[in-house]
Design a binder for this molecule. Structure first.
Ligand code: PMP
Ligand code: GLN
Length: 393
């Protein structure tokens, strides 16, 4: 400590090690099955790995690529947005390649917020949102998703969202499909969010990294709703869609002034990243629709496999409509503290999960909720389910 001050500044004082690192380390230390951090245990398509090798050998991207991303990838991203959603983007001015969605989120918040601006985020929220809002000097305002008895899924209360907007609100930080609950916002919900953003003149940063992992309903990009194009920053990532989470290739699409703003911040974070991988992801974005269909079908089967296992083990399961996570409630097991439960789980039965309680500001809302990922091989999911059944006995 110098000058009587701790090294970590006040903005970050509440943030320790991320829960994903903590729980993955616990899994390694105890030799447990890791259903915590969301990363597939099978790499993405072989031809895309080969494309990365080819790029590397051909000397493509081994030196700094262009700041906004290589033109081939920006064009492929623009084509993807057009083909899937009918959204037209100029690859030169309306697309920005980032070091994963994580950097896109950081750059967007650092670029768009003034100190003191309020940011509304759906709670439970992905942990980097809180840290990035803090780094940008903003103030987070959570709106809590709650389990709905009729649908068995988490839903957004639109009145609560409306009530959370104040004269200091600068933007809504949205995430659909939603990590960790698996909620996919409906056309009506998105329409209401769009109307609110227009009425109150808000920006929206929308994290759509799970856009292709939807099992029920459909993914609708917020940018396609009336009045939203000029106020929406859309974020996605190759990590989830192509099962290459370590490559850290993400992107932003938005109108040119918004992309220019995000790019300004991004230049001073990483400047550029993932050179050869950018070439490979440009090819991945052009895979035929059957690739996405197979990925979705495979993950849906895994969702059902793990969901059945968790129910048999006594968990209350909230059926995810998208993502590769299942949120459960541990109350039926006579447990109430998700964090304590997750810390003890490796010793009790050799499985690691994530306590959703750390994704909440409201102290009680997620107290007994625990998340499991199902982007793992079937036999591993089966083994985990059978181990978890020990909890009931
Ligand atoms: N947003 C959400 C909702 C996520 O779950 C993740 C985690 N993988 C990210 C962003 C970060 O994505 P990336 O690995 O591309 O940085
Ligand atoms: N998005 C991943 C998850 O929710 C974790 C990514 C990370 O560790 N930062 O599990």
């Amino acid at each position: 400590m110098t000058q009587g001050r701790p090294p970590l500044n006040r903005r970050l004082a509440e943030f320790g090690t991320t829960i994903f690192a903590e729980m993955s380390a616990l899994a390694v230390r105890t030799g447990s099955i890791n259903l915590g951090q969301g990363f597939p245990d099978t790499d993405g398509p072989e031809e895309i790995r080969e494309a990365a090798v080819r790029a590397l050998r051909a000397g493509l991207g081994n030196q700094y690529p262009p700041g906004p991303g290589i033109p081939e990838l920006r064009t492929a991203i623009a084509e993807h947005q057009q083909r899937r959603y009918g959204l037209a983007h100029d690859p030169d001015t309306e697309v920005l390649v980032t070091a994963g969605a994580t950097e896109a989120i950081a750059a967007a918040l650092l670029a768009l917020l003034e100190p003191g601006d309020e940011v509304i985020a759906l709670e439970p929220y992905y942990d980097s949102y809180a840290a990035c809002v803090a780094m940008a000097g903003g103030s987070r305002v959570p709106v809590t998703l709650r389990p709905d008895a009729t649908t068995g899924t988490y839903r957004l209360d639109l009145d609560e969202l409306r009530a959370a907007v104040t004269p200091r609100t600068r933007l809504i930080l949205l995430n659909t499909p939603h990590n960790p609950t698996g909620t996919v916002l409906t056309r009506e919900e998105l329409g209401a969010i769009a109307a609110l953003a227009c009425e109150r003149d808000l920006l929206v940063v929308t994290d759509e990294v799970y856009e292709h992992l939807v099992f029920e309903g459909e993914h609708l990009p917020l940018a396609g709703f009336p009045g939203m194009r000029e106020r929406t920053v859309t974020i996605s990532s190759a990590g989830k869609t192509y099962s290459f989470t370590g490559w850290k290739v993400g992107w932003v699409t938005a109108d040119a002034p918004l992309v220019a703003a995000v790019r300004t911040a991004k230049q001073y974070l990483t400047y550029v990243s993932a050179g050869p991988f950018q070439y490979a992801i440009a090819e991945a974005l052009r895979l035929p629709d059957t690739y996405f269909d197979n990925l979705r079908a495979d993950l849906r089967r895994k969702r059902d496999l793990l969901g059945d296992g968790l129910r048999a083990a006594g968990f209350e399961v909230y059926e995810p409509q998208g993502t590769y996570f299942i949120t459960t409630d541990i109350s039926p097991l006579g447990e109430e503290d998700a964090y304590a439960f997750c810390r003890a789980l490796p010793e009790r039965c050799g499985v690691v999960a994530i306590p959703n309680s750390v994704f909440y500001d409201s102290p009680d809302a997620g107290r007994s909720q625990v998340r499991f990922t199902f982007c793992k091989k079937d036999d591993l999911l089966q083994e985990a389910a059978s181990r978890l059944r020990r909890l009931a006995s």
